[in-house]
Write a new protein. Structure first.
Lengths: 167, 430
């Protein structure tokens, strides 16, 4: 069971998830501090570790639009959050897959803060409303990266395959 | 079956006779661009090689271009240290195309790439910046990627598992009114398509208005295609492209334009007639919140920004200088100008534009992203509003979540600087 701890609307940009003024901070170990930095309340709860890993952020359409900054994915991954959205912007979705931030596309998602959700491979069950919401599977091309444990591991695997091929 | 421009480019780059939307390919990369976030790319790149016993060497140093533009000169010791780390990495890896903080060859990545002829029609261009879509203006397939994905490109020279995007054909007809142009067109189009209307797709631009549009305008529409969610915006290469590459970028080798097949299959076709188009304004806090200027006229603004990767080109500065020549920036409003590159800065100086703009009260900054991403050189105060020729107006974009950003063309920005309120440039005398 996963609890919804935060709910945002449509078109939440990476400027909201990780404001540009903190972009000089790049390392995944250091970015979580600035997650949703302009919302002092939520950022504070994250930093004080009041939010359990595995908790869910629920978003509307086009979550993560805007900049390609990878910090927007790494800062959320640092807290072990899962993101459910009606749809995601392309670069943010790819960055999440690459870094291992769980993102689930649920086009007709209806859930509010405090709801308990059951996250299944093909659907999300909202225990608060009793309703099921179908999950749009990730494009198969992305699955290889997730299966490898993220893009660094996947690239390493491909590098070693290439190196072995040359011998 | 015929192919769109992006299908042709991806077929060539992945060694196939043909591909169609939805196919998964691994295209070879022709240009890999990064800016200050190369610091993160370096970190991820080194991590890839850890424990492999393979020497960490980039796949093709000549295809990597790094440009310092996001925080120049460094606004903090952290940035300065990142820039130092990048310089050292470039020296070690023989990456010669490093555009450092210099008044002769520096500038914003999305101006430097075309200006120096790094981008050619038909190429696959990736950049760790969402506005990499800009380079579709030269008929390339150019798109933004994250830093870890770029580490993969630096390692093997390919982008993994790319789905060939579908294409929306945009046909632009009619004739612009005086002081209405490319920026108004793309804002209008984003308003129509919405912020995710072209998500995971390519916008391919056609029609007489595009044919007649100079490279400065094409770069604007390709730059902002991402604001409709598009993976890329492509203007198929033509005579304008070839002339630009030969004259401005001094490209001497042969250039082969990639045209779509007549039988290409499009997801949809969107027609725009610009003849009645008013100047357009994107209102806070989303880029698709677009209105004709008549609906927001006289809104008071405290800061006006002309420049950036969207509108900091010589044509943009020329329009602004023409409108502001002999006039004054209104008291209570500050006008900040960011030329897109050092070359443009010097051209604008030689033509007298910078003198005219400063005499009017503008502050000319060094080429760079400046206040557009809210780091430095023009943050907004609580409750303030900015009118900017930049490309994003998200909440907090200019460094303060308690402020507003309106987006517009250079002509609107210049006319509004005189009044201190959002002003239709067509109503002025010039």
């Amino acid at each position: 069971m996963a609890k919804v701890v935060y709910k945002v609307k449509d078109d939440v940009s990476t400027d909201t998830i990780y404001p540009g003024r903190f972009m000089a901070t790049v390392l995944p170990a250091e970015t979580p501090k600035f997650a949703f930095a302009d919302d002092a309340e939520f950022n504070g709860r994250l930093q004080r570790k009041e939010i359990e890993p595995g908790s869910v952020i629920v978003a509307g359409r086009n979550f993560g639009c805007g900049s390609s900054r990878e910090q927007a994915a790494s800062c959320l991954r640092g807290y072990g959050l899962t993101i459910l959205a009606r749809s995601f912007a392309r670069i943010f979705l790819q960055n999440s897959v690459n870094l291992g931030l769980p993102t689930i596309t649920v086009p007709d998602l209806q859930a509010g803060t405090g709801d308990e959700l059951e996250l299944l491979p093909d659907k999300v069950v909202n225990k608060a409303t009793g309703k099921d919401h179908a999950v749009t599977p990730l494009p198969s091309a992305r699955q290889a990266i997730i299966d490898a444990g993220g893009l660094i591991a996947y690239t390493r695997k491909r590098l070693l395959e290439k190196a072995a091929g040359k011998k | 079956m015929g192919m769109t421009v992006v299908e042709k480019i991806l077929a060539r780059a992945s060694g196939r006779a043909s591909v169609k939307a939805g196919d998964v390919v691994e295209p070879a990369v022709d240009v890999a661009m990064s800016h200050e976030n190369a610091a993160l790319v370096i970190n991820q790149f080194q991590e890839v090689f850890q424990g492999t016993g393979v020497e960490p060497v980039v796949w093709a140093p000549g295809k990597i271009v790094i440009i310092f533009d996001h925080r120049v000169p460094a606004e903090s010791s952290k940035t300065a240290t990142n820039q130092k780390k990048i310089r050292e990495f470039c020296a070690k890896q023989n990456i010669a195309h490093l555009h450092d903080i210099r008044g002769d060859e520096g500038g914003i990545c999305h101006q430097i790439l075309p200006e120096y002829g790094y981008v050619r029609p038909g190429q696959v261009v990736v950049g760790t910046d969402s506005h990499t879509t800009s380079h579709g203006a030269l008929g390339a397939f150019a798109f933004g990627i994250g830093a870890t994905e770029m580490a993969g490109v630096w390692t093997l020279g390919i982008v993994f598992n790319v789905e060939v995007p579908g294409t929306i054909k945009v046909v632009v007809k009619g004739e612009f009114q005086r002081l209405v142009g490319a920026k108004d067109l793309i804002l209008h189009l984003i308003g129509r398509l919405t912020a995710e209307g072209a998500s995971f797709k390519v916008l391919e631009f056609h029609g007489p208005v595009i044919k007649a549009m100079p490279m400065s305008g094409r770069l604007v529409i390709a730059n902002m295609s991402v604001e409709a969610g598009a993976t890329s915006g492509i203007v198929p290469a033509d005579d304008v492209t070839l002339r630009y590459l030969q004259k401005e970028a001094k490209v001497r080798d042969s250039i082969v334009p990639v045209k779509p097949d007549r039988t290409a299959v499009y997801d949809s076709v969107v027609e725009v007639n610009v003849s009645d188009l008013e100047p357009q304004i994107a209102c806070p806090h989303t880029v698709d919140n677009v209105m004709p200027i008549s609906r927001v006229e006289q809104k008071k603004v405290q800061q006006i920004v002309i420049g950036s990767c969207t509108n900091g080109r010589l044509d943009d500065l020329a329009v602004a200088a023409r409108i502001l020549k002999g006039r004054k920036v209104a008291r209570g409003t500050r006008l900040i100008v960011f030329p897109a590159s050092a070359r443009i800065y010097r051209q604008a100086m030689a033509k007298g534009y910078l003198a005219e703009l400063t005499a009017a009260g503008a502050v000319i900054m060094n080429p760079g992203c400046g206040c557009c991403l809210g780091v430095h050189q023009g943050a907004l105060g609580d409750g303030e509003a900015a009118l900017a020729t930049t490309n994003r107006n998200f909440k907090g974009r200019m460094g303060n979540p308690n402020s507003e950003v309106y987006l517009c063309s250079p002509a609107v920005a210049a006319a509004s600087a005189i009044t201190g309120t959002i002003t239709d440039p067509r109503k002025g005398g010039k």
